[in-house]
Design a protein around this ligand. Structure first.
Ligand code: MTE
Ligand code: MO
Length: 183
């Protein structure tokens, strides 16, 4: 193997092993309290903008999950989510009412979930409203009957039917934005 190939391999291995905890993640692990959110906003292409605190989330039909393994994008098991309670993202979006001027608009619409550390994940409208994935996308606020600890904030999100559940486990959830991304 050439020297070049060997360094390339080494660099890729380092990148892969660090992919679950980039350098700036240190700060989040040491001082998670400053990322904690107490409410989420629902905005963008919706008829009613919402600001939802934990008390408001409790008004939606409750969803409970007993146990869910958290699998990082790399395939590594990074723990379990146990005994948690939340509500369907679909139910929240139904309350906000996704704007749809044309019959085909929703098919070009995505939902962007953003955390206070600016971590973002997207869902398509079709994934949430027209696929089994939607049954597992939850905004959650309770674990073992208690409020979420600082390492997740008071409000977080999970897509429990994903093959790898780590990436769309959004800690410190801050906002849900609805956006039509194609004309
Ligand atoms: N807000 C926020 N949520 C996040 C992340 C992040 O950087 N910020 N990382 C994701 C990834 S890639 C994984 S595997 C899980 C677990 O991350 P941890 O190992 O940093 O706890 O959280 C997910 N949720
Ligand atoms: Mo990850």
């Amino acid at each position: 193997m050439t020297h070049y190939l060997r360094s390339l391999l080494l660099v890729s291995l380092i990148a892969i092993s660090a992919s679950c905890s980039p350098a700036f993640a240190h700060d989040k692990k040491l001082d998670p309290a400053k990322y904690v959110t107490h409410s989420i906003t629902v905005n963008g292409a919706v008829e009613k903008k919402l600001v939802l605190r934990v008390e408001d989330l409790r008004q939606f039909p409750p969803q409970k999950v007993a146990e869910l393994p958290l699998i990082c994008q790399s395939g590594a098991n990074v723990g379990n989510l146990e005994n948690f309670k939340g509500v369907l993202l679909r139910d929240i979006l139904e309350k906000a009412v996704v704007v749809s001027r044309d019959h085909n608009d929703v098919k070009k619409t995505v939902i962007i979930a953003t955390a206070s550390d600016d971590y973002k994940v997207v869902f398509s409208w079709s994934e949430l409203f027209n696929s089994p994935v939607g049954d597992g996308v939850m905004v959650f606020f309770e674990k073992d009957g208690k409020a979420l600890a600082d390492d997740e904030g008071r409000i977080a999100m999970i897509s429990s039917k994903d093959l790898r559940t780590g990436p769309r486990h959004v800690k410190w959830l801050k906002s849900i934005e609805v956006k039509k991304i194609a004309d």
